[in-house]
Write a protein that binds this ligand. Structure first.
Ligand code: GDP
Ligand code: MG
Length: 694
């Protein structure tokens, strides 16, 4: 465990000098390469003398990547200048969008890596939109400037157009492709070269005369862009003052923190060019935990009561579990502390489970080393050994002052398959392993099929379930067979309808009756489920209203064959009998009234729809498009990107099983694609007819 000496003092990072950041990218843009270089230049890899092993470790077959994350990259602590940086892993594949979502919750800033040939691609766009939603300040890094066809200005233009982002170009490439040799730092007016052992030596020199004019032109554009967003700078600029590097950096920091501008840097990670400037950018422009908006906590007893959670080390503890890793040494629970100070050995309270946990050990994770620490304050990210029950998204706090942070939102799974162990002896172990995997990954759900008793696993896509199945073998030694994938259907109603049901029955020899009137209506997509009452006060005894609502809620959750979404049930009225009514009768009457109203309104079967982007060489556009149309895709447009054609659209997930094999054989393996859930749409009548009959 490194050379750590337990009695050494462990200075806590000063909050203003802490950066929690992640790197996001479309697959193949160079995230792994950039991360490796970062670990190398920040010294940890080198100090351990394991550069080679380190780079192997960050390699990335999907499940290998998951594996790599296990040890190194869920959160890796590094040092740069006099700052502490936590590099938080954000997975590249869209099947793991939920992972991106949860890392965005705990990071304060992000670096988005683009390929200088392709510019903005589907996944970088998805992540960008998610980051917009959380208002995460970002830097852009145009990577692969050494590639033939690299075009810095076109890549920047694609960021402006496709992402609608205002950018501040702070560095420009000197040359491109084979002749790419360094970076012009527009802020400091210097030429930056990277030499020596794997580019470790950064040489800065004044711009040669031949470049000054061009650089000043671009620097002028940078100052102008900033002046649009920064009054202090605008005033000086309009007065004709020369804006010095420090002043420019400070204004850039303000604009970046406010997500008004996104600084753009460039380089070629593989050629060891530009990565140190990117690290400088992280320190100079990305937020510290003090710079980000206050998070809100809820009182678990009364969710309406919100309390701001301030990064105060002496406040009651409040920490968010953002990742759980099962590994050979036991489970690691990754938390970000939002308030208070987490101490080794401290008892923790999980309000969701109403259970105690204990932080037996606190670890700071470096690339090749786990460093035990005794405490962790606000803004810090540590791995805990000890908690056994807490799941991703849970809050850990002080029992005396319980607090829940807004849970991380995860989309519901869209695909399921049956799973069974190859040998009967593994049955119990399989269930235990699935439960552990579900604790790690909130988008992975296991359930029991009601009729067949089969175990069903559900997730975000074929690849997602494939990775989990492989982990069963690798981490738990369980071989399992899986059935054919099946999409998760949902149901909603068309329009609105009202129904009245009168329940009348002998229950255990006693007559029971109740009458309930309610309305069911469709909500727009994403509207969720609502059950409420419009019964005028005094028209019906409160306990009967409550019972009817309970009955309606129960019926909605049970669904009518499929889980229901996007509808509202309004309890409109009811009648009680003087002596023969009961809460149970009202529950039953409401359930039946709901069924009648829903059927009257018209049931609609919904199927998951995916947004896709296929990139294919021009020669194959015809067959690829024809195949997509045959699968029921709606094409939304296409673009030329270098020598590739990008085809975008949406398609029912049910028609895309096995697509990776199909598109490979259509294009001699030369096309790539990505998909992500894009909500639900009515299933075609023949699918509905078949499913509703069976
Ligand atoms: P990731 O999928 O985003 O993690 O991308 P990787 O870091 O694995 O890189 C994908 C491929 O691009 C690999 O073959 C890298 O060697 C290559 N690559 C990464 N950075 C550069 C670069 O700066 N220039 C060139 N030419 N290739 C690069
Ligand atoms: Mg990678």
């Amino acid at each position: 465990m490194g050379g750590y000496n337990g009695s050494m003092p462990q200075p806590a990072p000063v909050l203003a000098r802490l950066r929690n950041f992640g790197i996001c990218a479309h697959i193949d843009a160079g995230k792994t390469t950039v991360s490796e270089r970062i670990l190398f230049y920040t010294g940890k890899e080198h100090a351990m003398g394991e550069v080679h092993e380190g780079s192997a470790k960050m390699d990335y077959l999907p499940e290998e990547q998951e594996r790599g994350i296990t040890i190194t990259a869920a959160a890796t602590t590094i040092g740069w200048r006099d700052h502490v940086l936590n590099l938080i892993d954000t997975p590249g594949h869209v099947d793991f969008t939920a992972e991106v979502e949860r890392s965005l919750r705990v990071l304060d800033g992000a670096v988005v890596v683009f390929d200088a040939v392709s510019g903005v691609e589907a996944q970088s766009e998805t992540v960008w939109r998610q980051a917009d939603r959380y208002r995460v300040p970002r830097l852009c890094f145009i990577n692969k400037m050494d590639r033939g066809g690299a075009d810095f200005d076109a890549a920047v233009a694609s960021i402006r157009q496709r992402l609608g982002a205002s950018v501040a170009v702070v560095a420009r490439p000197l040359g491109r492709g084979d002749s790419f040799e360094g970076v012009m730092d527009l802020v400091s007016r210097e030429l930056v070269r990277f030499t020596g052992d794997q580019g470790r030596t950064v040489t800065r020199s004044a711009l040669p005369d031949a470049l000054v004019e061009e650089a000043e032109l671009h620097r002028g554009e940078l100052v102008e862009a900033l002046a649009d967003h920064d009054d202090a700078l605008a005033e000086r600029y309009l007065a004709g003052a020369d804006i010095g590097p420090e002043e420019l950096r400070a204004a850039l920091r303000r604009a970046t923190l406010a997500t008004r501008l996104f600084p753009v840097l460039c380089g070629a990670a593989l050629r060891n060019v530009g990565v140190q400037m990117l690290l400088d950018g992280v320190v100079d422009w990305l937020p510290s935990p003090l710079d980000v908006a206050e998070v809100q906590g809820q009182d678990p007893a009364d969710p309406a009561r919100q309390r701001p959670v301030r990064p105060d080390p002496s406040a009651p503890l409040c920490a968010l579990v953002f990742k759980i890793l099962t590994d050979a040494h036991g489970d690691l629970t990754f938390v970000r502390v939002y308030a208070g100070t987490l101490q080794q050995g401290q008892g923790l309270w999980n309000p969701r489970l109403a259970k105690h946990e204990r932080a037996m050990r606190l670890l700071r994770m470096h690339a090749n080393e786990r460093e035990p620490v005794e405490q962790a304050g606000p803004g810090e990210i540590v791995a805990l050994v000890g908690p056994r029950l807490s799941a991703t998204g849970d809050t850990l706090c002080d029992k005396a002052q319980p607090l829940v942070l807004e849970p991380i939102r995860f989309p519901p799974p869209v695909i399921s398959m049956a799973i069974e162990p190859r040998t009967n002896a593994d049955r119990d172990r399989l269930h235990e392993a699935l439960a552990r995997l579900a604790r790690e990954d909130p988008t992975f759900v296991t359930s029991q099929h009601e009729e067949t008793g089969q175990t069903i696993i559900s997730g975000m896509g074929e690849l997602h379930l494939e990775v989990l199945k492989n982990r069963l073998v690798r981490d738990f030694g369980i071989e399992a067979n899986v059935g054919a994938p099946r999409v998760s259907y949902r149901q909603t109603v068309r329009g609105r309808a009202e129904a009245t049901h009168r329940f009348e029955r002998l229950v255990a020899g006693k007559p029971q009756q109740a009458e309930v009137r309610l309305a069911v209506e469709a909500l727009p997509g994403g509207g969720g489920l609502e059950v409420l009452s419009s019964v005028p006060a005094g028209a019906l005894e409160a306990r009967y209203v409550a019972a009817a609502l309970e009955g309606a809620r129960f019926a909605v959750q049970g669904g009518l064959g499929f889980p229901m979404v996007d509808l509202r049930v309004t309890l409109a009225g009811g009648r009680a009998h003087e002596t023969e009514s009961s809460e149970m009768a009202f529950q039953a009457a409401a359930g039946e009234a709901f069924r009648q109203a829903a059927e009257q309104a018209g049931l609609v079967l919904l199927e998951p729809v995916m947004r896709f982007e296929v990139s294919t060489p021009n020669d194959f556009v015809g067959p690829v498009t024809a195949d997509l149309v045959r699968r029921g895709a709606l094409l939304e447009g296409d673009d030329l990107r270098g020598d590739l054609r990008l085809i975008r659209g949406s398609v029912p997930l049910a028609r895309m099983f096995g697509y990776s094999t199909a598109v490979r054989s259509l294009t001699q393996g030369r096309a790539g694609y990505s998909m992500e859930p894009a909500g639900y749409a009515p299933a075609p009548p023949e699918v509905a007819a078949q499913l509703l009959m069976s």
